[in-house]
Ligand binder design. Structure first.
Ligand code: UDP
Ligand code: MG
Length: 320
C-alpha cells in the first residue's frame, strides 16, 4: 500500500528522547488508519542517537533513518526529510519530545478543511521567558508584519504540509523558521491551531539569544525573494533613481550658483554629497540590471517557470 502520511523528525543529539517519542508517534498515528512512514533525520548526532535510530528501523517497518554526513542544522535536516517523504501529507515535529505527537490528528483534520499548511502554535510555551519566549514574540510579530503572514508561532516545528508544498520549498541556511511565509509565497493556504508544548526533559536546546539578529537578516532575504526575486530592477532601480535624482539636483543647484552668482565651490561639502549620491544612483541601477540578468539565467538555464501551477482543467477528451 502506498504511503499517505510521512512524519519527518530532525534529530541532533536527542538519544534519551527518541524511544519514548517514537512510542508516542506510533500511538498517535496508528489509529488514523493511513499508511504511514516515520523518517528520522539524524543530523550528524554524536551521542548514540544514530545507533538507536538504526535499531528503531530494524524493529519497525514504518521507520526509515536518513543519516546526514555531518551536522548541517535543522533546516537541512527538514529539507532532507521533505526530499524523501512519499506521503501526500507531511508532518514535521522536533526530536526532543517538546512537541506532542498527540496533536497530529487535529492538525490533519484541520488540513482536510482545505488548507495546504497547518502550523502549530505552542501555547502555553514551556521555554524560558527572557532568552526564548520574549525574543520569539518579537520575531513573530516582525515576521508577520513584514511578510504579511501573521502567525503566533513561526518557530513551532509541529506542522503538517501537503506534499507539493513541502517539496516546493527551497530551504537554505536557517530558513526553517520562515516555512509558513515561504509556503504562502508558493500559493499555499495557511492555518494555525494551538498545540501542546512540553519542557525539554533530556538533552539541551541548540539555540540561544545569539540567533536573534540572524533572524533579521534572514527576514530581509525572505522578503526580497518573495517580493522582488523576478524584478530586482524595481527595488534597486527605485533606490538608484531617488539617490541619482537627489545627487543631480544638488550638483545642478551648486553648478548654477557657481556659474550665475560666482560662488566658489571648493569649500562646499554639499558638492561631495551631490557627487556621492549621483554615483550611488548609478551603482544601484546597475546592480538592478545585473539582478535582472541573474534572474534570467536562473530561470532559463533550468527552464524554471516564474509561477507554480495549481491545476489545469480541460475537456476530458482533450489530447493533453
Ligand atoms: N536539530 C537538528 N539539527 C541542529 C539543531 C537542532 O536537527 O543542528 C533538531 C533538534 O534535535 C530538535 C529540533 O531540531 O529535534 C529543535 O531543536 P531544539 O529543541 O534545540 O530547539 P528549541 O526547541 O529549543 O527551539
Ligand atoms: Mg526543543
Amino acid at each position: 500500500m502506498s504511503v499517505r502520511l510521512s512524519i519527518v523528525v530532525p534529530v541532533y543529539n536527542e538519544v534519551e528522547s527518541l524511544r519514548p517519542l517514537h512510542a508516542e508517534i506510533v500511538r498517535a498515528v496508528q489509529p488514523l488508519g493511513l499508511p504511514y512512514e516515520i523518517l528520522y533525520v539524524n543530523d550528524g548526532s554524536r551521542d548514540g542517537s544514530a545507533a538507536l535510530l538504526d535499531e528503531l528501523a530494524q524493529q519497525d517497518p514504518h521507520v526509515a533513518v536518513l543519516h546526514l554526513a555531518r551536522n548541517y542544522g535543522q533546516t537541512a535536516a527538514l529539507a532532507a526529510g521533505f526530499d524523501h517523504a512519499r506521503g501526500e501529507f507531511v508532518v514535521t515535529l522536533d526530536g526532543d519530545g517538546q512537541n506532542d505527537p498527540g496533536d497530529i490528528p487535529r492538525l490533519l483534520a484541520e488540513l482536510e478543511k482545505g488548507y495546504d499548511l497547518v502550523n502549530g502554535w505552542r501555547t502555553p510555551r514551556q521555554d524560558p521567558f527572557w532568552s526564548r519566549r520574549l525574543p520569539s514574540w518579537v520575531a513573530n510579530r516582525l515576521i508577520g508584519w513584514i511578510t504579511g503572514v501573521r502567525l503566533h508561532d513561526y518557530g513551532c516545528t509541529l506542522r503538517v504540509l501537503r506534499q507539493p508544498v513541502a517539496k516546493g520549498l527551497r530551504l537554505y541556511g536557517e530558513l526553517h523558521r520562515f516555512i509558513p511565509a515561504l509556503a504562502e509565497d508558493l500559493g499555499a493556504r495557511i492555518q494555525e491551531i494551538p498545540v501542546h508544548h512540553r519542557a525539554r526533559r533530556y538533552g539541551r536546546s541548540k539555540y540561544g539569544l545569539s540567533r536573534t539578529w540572524k533572524v533579521l537578516l534572514d527576514l530581509i532575504t525572505v522578503k526580497f525573494l518573495s517580493s522582488y526575486s523576478t524584478r530586482p530592477i524595481q527595488i534597486f532601480g527605485s533606490i538608484g533613481v531617488v539617490c541619482g535624482a537627489a545627487g543631480l539636483a544638488l550638483t545642478a543647484y551648486l553648478g548654477l550658483q557657481r556659474l550665475l552668482l560666482g560662488h566658489p565651490l571648493a569649500n562646499r561639502p554639499l558638492l561631495w554629497l551631490g557627487i556621492l549620491l549621483t554615483l550611488m544612483g548609478l551603482q544601484f541601477v546597475t546592480m538592478g540590471l545585473l539582478g535582472e540578468l541573474l534572474v534570467r539565467t536562473y530561470h532559463e538555464s533550468q527552464r524554471k517557470p516564474i509561477y507554480r501551477l495549481a491545476r489545469r482543467v480541460d475537456l476530458p477528451s482533450h489530447p493533453g
